[in-house]
Design a protein around this ligand. Structure first.
Ligand code: ADP
Ligand code: ZN
Length: 740
């Protein structure tokens, strides 16, 4: 029955309605609005939470989601109508709950979290069906040899496009059209996209060792129980963490559940996809920013329908509308790349735990160097602590030696000490591979005028310009600003006085090539010169032993498995150690431990040389002795004494704007307006580490609170009480991990 568009008039009493009032609902739009808006829905709509609706707002229609009951008392005649989207299932209500939770935790408008869920806008376009032709059963009156060939191919019953069949049968498309005209081929449709292959749980399981078996069994039990549980899979590099969680993935597949595997960086996915295929017989679905729009649509729909059973992706894959998640894995869970620092500021590892809770499924956090937060949770028993203390098979952990740069004289402008050069020479002579690690892109981190001392800085940021010599450019690594290398100092105008200070990977590569002219070497770093393609190529070449030495930034530190790599040289182990930030020690330890862990992963033992000026530092000592747990224990005690996370809570408020006076003023106003509360301290405002970033002045305030305090409630009360100039922007970073 077609429903009339009559609305009850003001005079109609509820009792004698011929036409029931249209249902109404609060609809959430993927926009930065305070909450859901009321809409009316077509009669007979079952307005349940999660229903996708096309929603008019202003001049256009948005994709919206029914979020809850309508709130306002506005009459139907003043409400606009939202129409349910045909052909798509509703968002699962636990996903809606997750959106609300993340919004409230990060102090973000819920619509902005929803926009991360609905990110693939084209996925909701009506599916496009492709026209195809299949054998009809009709025999053509006239059969030529060409027609015969085409029919022979089509006799398998599959549907093909006209050019597809023509090509396969080696006939002209005219022949195929002739067969259509005489009715021998009938029109049908093909889905828009090819189906995803289904991973096979039993394809090629590894024979696990005892420690691996115990860990895998614990995870499998979690998957079977189908309830929320967190496990820290804490295993040394090369202990087989991946093999272990693959067993849990297999169990989820047997139960027909979906699995999400989060990786910190796209650069890690290529090797991982191949490894997954070796275990499960096909590649999983991928989700990251490098996908084409078409691939995004295909993957998004397959995730929603449940056809994509395993998704491997970067942090944004956490917000996909899985039909039925049975397991989440966060690999390299300590990685800072899981923290999204702009737009919605959130930590994907922490939010993954929240998502697992709302999906009632287990989650595995895997790392050789867990975050201190996860370590404390595991040691205290809140998370299951699954340990793999040894490398698999014959492989042993590498020996780490410190090279004391205070005693080893290194010529000015060079960075490879004699012990490191000797070790490289020995490795090359043995036909093995080496990796040199320096966490600095480009040629030199700073360019200085020898005459006046002027340092080349970015136009828009308070950061040095980094020389990229291959490109003959100076670049800002904060905002991407670049300029040619000037011939004169811009400050004192002296000619030819600008010199490169300090090393980047390009400069180390230059020195390396001078010392070892015959070695095959490649650079892997994440900048535009050595973009993702080239980095992937370098990593693949390393894995296949097509190069001898890989020189790289942190992009080479993680996850990779190079069986012939026996020497790792750390050019400057002190980088990033002394900037006074809460996590500097933890981060340095994790990064260097990961880098070291690349050495000796197969039969041949590995050696790690770390060049340092602080051999007595607690981080250096822990790395050299291999005593990880005593490092964690010291760090834990230090944090506990300082009431720092996870023993206390932090939130940063960053004020920014183009008008520096307004920013400074707003910072002061905020500090003054901070409500007094027991157990809460406010620090600042102070200039942020990058006081100027992309032309914006930035001031920071820090909230430090005791563990039990509802920091979000405090922040909400505080920020809503202050009326700030519209020249400034406020960003809230709950649980900050960096302090830039
Ligand atoms: P991790 O993730 O802990 O660094 P991996 O899972 O990458 O360790 O394992 C290191 C290497 O050892 C890989 O090449 C892996 O295939 C191999 N390996 C680990 N466990 C086993 C096993 N039980 N049987 C065969 N090979 C294994
Ligand atoms: Zn800049």
């Amino acid at each position: 029955m077609k429903t009339a568009t009559l609305r009850p008039s003001a005079g109609t009493s509820a009792g004698d309605l011929l036409f029931e009032p249209a249902p109404r609902a609060g609809v959430l739009l993927p926009l930065a609005l305070a909450g859901a808006y009321d809409y009316k829905l077509p009669k007979g709509t079952n307005a349940s939470r999660g229903l996708l609706v096309s929603t008019p707002l202003g001049p256009r229609d948005y994709l919206g989601v029914v979020w809850g009951a309508a709130e306002g008392a506005v009459g139907d005649n003043r409400l606009k109508e939202a129409t349910p989207l045909e052909g798509f299932p509703a968002l699962p209500s636990n996903l809606c709950d997750f959106v609300d939770w993340v919004a409230q935790y990060t102090l973000s408008p819920p619509g902005m979290i929803l926009s991360m869920v609905l990110r693939s806008a084209r996925a909701f376009d009506p599916p496009v069906l492709r026209v195809a032709y299949a054998r009809s059963g009709v025999t053509p009156a006239r059969v030529t040899p060409a027609r015969e060939r085409a029919l022979a191919v089509a006799d398998d019953g599959l549907a093909r496009s006209v050019p597809g069949l023509a090509q396969e049968a080696n006939v002209s498309s005219g022949v195929v059209r002739g067969l259509i005209e005489c009715g021998a081929l009938a029109e049908t449709t093909l889905p828009e996209f090819a189906a995803f292959p289904q991973p096979d749980a039993e394809s090629a399981a590894a024979e696990l060792n005892a420690a691996q078996r115990a860990a895998a069994d614990a995870l499998i039990a979690d998957v079977r129980a189908q309830k929320f549980a967190v496990a820290l899979l804490d295993g040394v590099t090369g202990s087989g963490k991946t093999e272990v969680y693959f067993e849990a993935v297999a169990e989820a597949l047997r139960r027909g559940k979906q699995v999400l595997i989060l990786l910190p960086e796209i650069a890690l996915t290529v090797q991982f996809l191949e490894r997954f295929a070796a275990r499960f017989g096909c590649r999983p679905a991928e989700w990251h920013s490098d996908l084409s729009a078409k691939e995004r649509t295909r993957t998004y729909r397959a995730v929603m329908s449940g056809e994509a059973q395993v998704v491997v992706g970067a942090r944004s894959s956490l917000f996909l509308p899985y039909r039925e998640l049975g397991l989440i894995v966060v690999d390299e869970e300590h990685e800072q790349a899981y923290k999204q620092e702009d737009g919605i500021i959130y930590h994907a590892r922490d939010m993954a735990v929240v998502r697992a809770r709302s999906e009632k499924c287990p989650i595995v956090l895997a790392s050789a160097t867990p975050s201190l937060e996860s370590y404390v949770n595991a040691v205290s028993g809140r998370y299951a602590h699954l340990k793999l203390p040894r490398r698999h098979g014959a492989a042993v952990l590498p020996e780490t030696r410190l090279v004391d740069l205070r005693h080893e004289k290194v010529e000015a402008g060079t960075w490879l000490s004699q012990p490191l050069r000797d070790a490289i020479a020995a490795t090359l002579a043995a036909g093995e591979q080496a990796m040199l690690f320096l966490n600095r892109r480009g040629y030199a981190p700073m360019t200085l005028c020898q005459s006046c001392g002027h340092k080349m800085t970015c136009r828009d940021c308070s950061s040095w310009l980094v020389e990229h010599r291959y490109r003959k450019r100076l670049m800002c690594h904060q905002c991407g600003y670049e300029t040619g290398l000037p011939t004169k100092c811009p400050a004192c105008e002296a000619e030819g006085t600008l010199i490169a200070c300090g090393p980047g990977v390009e400069r180390v590569a230059e020195e390396f090539a001078a010392v070892f002219p015959d070695a095959r070497v490649a650079i892997a770093s994440s900048d535009t010169m050595h973009g993702p393609q080239e980095t992937q190529a370098a990593i693949r070449a390393m894995a296949k032993h097509e190069i001898d030495v890989l020189i790289g930034t942190q992009i080479v530190a993680k996850g990779h498995h190079f069986p012939q790599l026996t020497l790792v040289g750390v050019i400057d182990a002190d980088l990033g150690g002394s900037d006074g930030d809460l996590r500097a020690r933890e981060r340095t330890f994790q990064l260097l431990h990961q880098v070291a862990g690349r050495a000796g992963r197969a039969e041949k033992p590995g050696l790690v040389l770390m060049q340092t000026r602080n051999p007595g530092d607690m981080v250096m000592k822990a790395l050299a002795s291999g005593d990880r747990d005593s490092f964690y224990e010291q760090e834990r005690q230090y944090r506990e004494r300082a009431a720092a996370p996870p023993f206390g809570r932090l939130a940063a408020v960053i004020v920014s704007g183009a008008d520096s006076e307004a920013v400074v003023e707003a910072g002061k106003m905020l500090a003054k307006a901070a409500p007094a509360a027991k157990g809460v301290k406010i620090w600042g405002p102070t200039p942020a580490f990058y006081h100027l970033l992309r032309g914006m002045t930035r001031e920071r305030l820090l909230v430090q609170a005791e563990r039990g305090i509802d920091v979000q409630a405090y922040l909400r009360e505080w920020l809503s009480a202050v009326k700030l100039s519209n020249k400034v922007r406020i960003a809230v970073d709950v649980d900050p991990v960096s302090f830039f």
